[in-house]
Design a protein around this ligand. Structure first.
Ligand code: HEM
Length: 464
């Protein structure tokens, strides 16, 4: 094992497993990725390099300084990893899957659509969707059991449908959510297929289940294609877009060029995939964690009651709810919806003393960075207080990276935070959710971290 000095002056260990251990490690990486990463991090230190061939390695880096190096200060040495490529089969070349000039142009065009001002204008849709959900719960008998993952997916789908497409997808929630789930499972199966290392496209075509995935993709396309076609035929005013689709149709670069129809479709599907399941899972795990920590939940309810006095929240309230935001931050620390971020090295690099050869793949998993013992005391504990006041001060800037970092960081972070705060506040005003015993909190690892079995909770009405 070699020792290297980090950019922040600490020490990072870079381990290299014995050749005899590599097949077992790779098998474990496929069958139980999170445990395997934890094992390598504990056994080999904050960084491990698994040689795959003479010139190529798979590195797992878990120190915040590594995250800063790969995602921010030296991001020009990397592009999106080959592990993201199977997604191109379905979502095409949207922001997540594109690189180079196409990505640069699209990001420049789309970034302004996610500004604080634009997202604030979308808040009424978020409030209306959450109102529909909590009012529906209110009509149910005290103690009704619900599947929280399903409810949160329905909520975020409703929000994404209205804010992206101006469409009511509530009737399609189950169908769309299932389709996204199938596609996520598919992307994970493809990445686990060793052929992916040689040809992601061939692996996507040859991994079993292709028909089911194609069907799921068609479901999503059906939901959005007609809306896109209609809007392109009759766009709303670009000066006053009603939703993100309007804004995309109206977006122009410096030369006055707009976005082509195919590209709009790829971007909308990308937002759909990236923006629906991630927030749904963050809310799901938050409600689970709150049910395990009564004092944290009581403090959240007290904050909500004190700040809002029973009125409906608005976008401006988000800043006045520090405990609510700390609860969400701590929940995404423990269960980061995007649990790993991966890059392929295109220019040889040296990450805090760890050599990275061109062609190697580097993983900087938020799941591990969020548990790094140099930064996080009692890393497995649910303790939102760590995000408040003095305890939050002085922490490495990239110790908490649920939204990634650098120029490829999440474009939807302001959107996500706003919808999640609004949802958590409105749920807490009206209801209290208690865990039905027997839930296994170990996550199922797909593109996002999902509960491995339905998260069942009983709904109690706070006002009654
Ligand atoms: C809790 C909710 C969310 C989490 C945890 C999350 C997390 C992330 C992360 C970690 C990345 C970076 C991936 C990488 O570097 O490889 C990312 C990128 C992205 N996210 Fe999010 N996201 C969330 C919500 C959203 C929403 C609501 C939208 C849009 C409506 C969205 C759209 C995107 C897009 C388009 C990218 C690609 C950006 C690029 O490469 O330029 N995300 N997200």
């Amino acid at each position: 094992m070699s020792t290297a000095t980090t950019e922040k002056g600490g020490t990072a260990l870079c381990g290299s497993p014995r050749a005899a251990d590599i097949p077992r490690l790779l098998y474990q990486a496929v069958t139980d990725p999170i445990s395997s990463m934890q094992v390598v991090a504990q056994r080999y230190g904050g960084a491990v390099s698994v040689p795959l061939s003479r010139s190529r390695a798979f590195l797992v880096l878990s120190h915040p300084a590594h995250a800063e190096h790969v995602l921010v200060s030296h991001n020009d040495h990397y592009e999106t990893a080959f592990t993201y490529r199977p997604l191109q089969e379905w979502i095409g070349l949207g922001l997540i899957t594109s690189d180079g000039e196409l990505w640069e142009r699209q990001r420049r065009l789309i970034q302004p659509l996610f500004s604080h001002r634009r997202v604030t204008a979308l808040a009424p849709h978020m409030i209306a969707a959450t109102t529909r959900m909590v009012e529906q719960w209110a009509t149910q008998a005290e103690g009704t059991v619900i599947d929280v993952g399903e409810a949160m997916s329905g909520l975020t789908l409703d929000i994404v449908g209205r804010t992206l497409l101006g469409a009511d997808l509530t009737g399609e929630a189950r169908r769309a959510s299932e389709a996204v789930g199938v596609l996520q499972d598919a992307a994970s199966s493809i990445v686990k297929n060793p052929l992916t290392w040689v040809s992601p496209r061939a692996a996507a075509r040859m991994t079993p289940g292709l028909r089911r995935w194609t069907r799921s993709m068609r479901t999503l396309e059906e939901l959005i294609d007609a809306t896109i076609a209609e809007r392109m035929a009759a766009p709303s005013s670009a000066a006053a877009p009603h939703d993100l689709l309007d804004a995309l149709v109206g977006a122009r670069d410096e030369q006055g060029q707009g976005i082509e129809r195919r590209q709009i479709r790829d971007e909308i599907i990308t937002f759909f995939m990236a923006g629906h399941e991630t927030s749904a899972m963050a809310l799901t795990w938050t409600l689970y964690l709150l049910s395990t920590a009564p004092s944290v939940r009581e403090r959240l309810e007290a904050e909500v009651d004190a700040v809002l006095s029973g009125r409906t929240p608005g976008a401006a309230d988000v800043e006045s709810l520090p405990w609510t935001k700390a609860v969400l931050s701590e929940s995404m620390r423990l269960y980061p919806p995007v649990w790993t971020i991966e890059r392929d090295c295109v220019v040889p690099d040296d990450v805090c003393g760890i050599p990275v050869r061109k062609g190697s793949t580097v993983a900087v998993p938020p799941y591990l960075v969020h548990r790094h013992p140099d930064v996080w005391e009692n890393p497995e504990g649910f303790d939102p207080e760590r995000f408040i006041g003095a305890r939050a001060a002085g922490r490495h800037r990239y110790a908490w990276i649920p939204f990634g970092g650098g120029r490829r960081g999440c474009i939807g972070n302001v959107f996500a935070l706003m919808e999640m705060v609004i949802a958590l506040v409105m749920i807490s005003q009206r209801h209290r959710l208690d865990l039905v015993p027997g839930f296994d909190p170990r996550p199922k690892v797909t593109v996002t971290l999902r509960p491995r079995q339905p998260l069942l909770m009983t709904v109690h009405h706070r006002s009654s």
